[in-house]
Design a protein around this ligand. Structure first.
Ligand SMILES: Cc1ncc(COP(=O)(O)O)c(C=O)c1O
Length: 372
C-alpha cells in the first residue's frame, strides 16, 4: 500500500480534541445516548435490551440494511446495501474492489482526501479541478475530455465538502449519461445528502438513477452521529458489494453490535433529527452569510447550498491562511482548516455551520479579524 499522510485528519487530530471552538467540523451537532434511546421505537428497544456481543453479520444487521434501503428507490432492497465502519471504510473497500493498476479514475478536487488518495494508490487518476470563479461547479465537458479507454471510475461528492456546493439534476443526468456511454462506475459520496439548504435542490441518490452508481451514505454527517461508525454503500450492482464484503473481511469484519441498533433507532427517527439539524444549519448559515457580506473587503465566498461546510477565501494581502489559522487558534481557540490540507496554494479555508456553538466561534473569529 502506498498512501500519503492524510493531511486533513492529521491536522485535525492535533486540534479537534483540545481547542474549544471547532469552526470547521464536518459533521452536524450530535445527540446524546439518552436522547437517542428516547427516540427508539418498540422493536429497537427490544433489540437493545436483549442485545449480546457476538460477531454481527459482515453485511450489516438485516433490519439495519432494510431501514437503509428504504431511503432509496424500490430497486434498492436490503440486498443492495452493505454496511461499513463509517463512510471511510466504504471508500476504501469500493476503490480496492473496483480499481487495478491497469485502470484509470477521475476525481473532482478539492475533496475529502480519501476520495482521491485511495484511488491514486491503486491506479492513475486525473483530478478535475473545481474553481471558485465557476462557483466550484463540475464541468461535465472537462470530465468527458479526461475519459480514457481504461477509465473505470468517476468519484464525486454532493453536497460537496469543503465548498458546500451542489450540482443540479441536469448536470447529474449528463454525468450519468456520459458514464453509461463509456461503461464507467460513478462513486457518489452522498454523506451530506438530506442536508440541503433548499429541499428542492436535493439530488436523487446515484444508486437510484444509474445501474453502475454507488451511493455512499453514513450516520456521521447530516445525522451528526459519527461516533457510531456506521456507513454504507447502496448500489444495484450486487457483485461489487460482494467484492467489497470480501475486502471488509480483512478490515473490521463486521460492525459494532450496539452501533447497529443505535443506528436503526436514529434512522427510524431521522425526520426528527434532520428537522433539528436543518434548522440549526440554516440559522447558522444566515449568520455566517451576514458576516461575509459585511466583511466582503476581506473575504470572498461562494454561498453553500448543502452540507455544513463552506470554503471562503482570505483576501487580506500579506497574510497566508496558514499563519492566519495558527494565530486564530492561539489567540481565540478557534480551529479553521487552511487550503494547504487540500494541497491547494490559495488562501481558502474551510469553515462549518453545523454546530450549536458556531455563533460563539464566529464572534471570536470576528474579534480576531477586527484586531488584525
Ligand atoms: C465527504 C466525506 N466523505 C467521507 C467522510 C468519512 O466519513 P466517516 O467519518 O463517516 O467515515 C468524510 C469525513 O469527513 C467526508 O467529509
Amino acid at each position: 500500500m502506498n498512501l500519503p499522510i492524510f493531511k486533513l485528519e492529521d491536522y485535525l487530530a492535533t486540534r479537534e480534541f483540545s481547542a474549544p471552538y471547532m469552526f470547521c467540523a464536518s459533521d452536524m451537532e450530535t445527540h446524546t445516548m439518552s436522547e437517542l434511546l428516547a427516540m427508539a421505537d418498540e422493536e429497537c428497544q427490544q433489540l437493545w435490551n436483549t442485545l449480546d456481543f457476538r460477531y454481527t453479520e459482515t453485511t450489516g444487521h438485516p433490519l439495519l440494511r432494510q431501514d437503509i434501503s428504504q431511503m432509496y428507490a424500490d430497486s434498492i432492497t436490503s440486498e443492495h446495501v452493505l454496511c461499513f465502519a463509517g463512510a471511510e471504510e466504504g471508500i476504501f473497500c469500493a476503490a480496492q474492489s473496483l480499481l487495478t493498476p491497469e485502470d484509470h479514475a477521475i476525481v473532482a478536487v478539492p475533496c475529502y482526501q480519501s476520495l482521491a488518495a485511495i484511488p491514486g494508490s491503486l491506479c492513475e487518476t486525473t483530478p478535475i479541478h473545481l474553481h471558485p470563479e465557476n462557483q466550484w461547479q463540475l464541468d461535465v465537458e472537462e470530465v468527458k475530455r479526461r475519459i480514457r479507454p481504461n477509465t473505470k471510475l468517476i468519484l464525486i461528492n454532493y453536497p460537496h465538502n469543503p465548498t458546500g456546493t451542489l450540482i443540479d439534476s441536469a448536470t447529474q443526468h449528463a454525468l450519468v449519461e456520459l458514464a453509461r456511454a463509456n461503461d464507467i462506475y460513478i462513486f457518489s459520496d452522498e454523506v451530506y445528502r438530506l442536508l440541503e439548504v433548499n429541499d428542492q435542490d436535493r439530488l436523487e441518490p446515484i444508486a437510484n438513477v444509474y445501474e453502475k452508481g454507488l451511493s455512499l451514505g453514513v450516520m456521521s454527517k447530516s445525522l451528526g452521529l459519527p461516533g457510531l461508525r456506521i456507513g454504507w454503500i447502496a448500489t444495484q450492482e450486487k457483485a461489487v458489494l460482494h467484492q467489497c464484503s470480501q475486502m471488509k473481511h480483512y478490515l473490521t469484519i463486521c460492525n459494532s453490535a450496539p452501533s447497529e441498533i443505535l443506528s436503526m433507532m436514529a434512522l427510524r427517527a431521522r425526520e426528527q433529527i434532520l428537522e433539528r439539524n436543518r434548522q440549526l444549519m440554516r440559522t447558522n448559515l444566515r449568520q455566517l452569510e451576514e458576516f461575509f457580506e459585511s466583511y466582503a473587503d476581506r473575504f470572498e465566498w461562494v454561498r453553500p447550498q448543502g452540507g455544513c461546510t463552506g470554503f471562503p477565501e482570505l483576501k487580506m494581502g500579506g497574510m497566508t491562511i496558514d499563519t492566519f489559522a495558527d494565530q486564530l487558534l492561539d489567540q481565540e481557540g478557534v480551529v479553521i482548516l487552511p487550503a494547504s490540507v487540500y494541497d491547494l496554494e490559495s488562501n481558502h479555508f474551510r469553515v462549518s455551520f453545523g454546530r450549536s456553538h458556531m455563533p460563539e466561534a464566529l464572534s471570536r473569529f470576528q474579534r480576531f479579524v477586527d484586531g488584525l
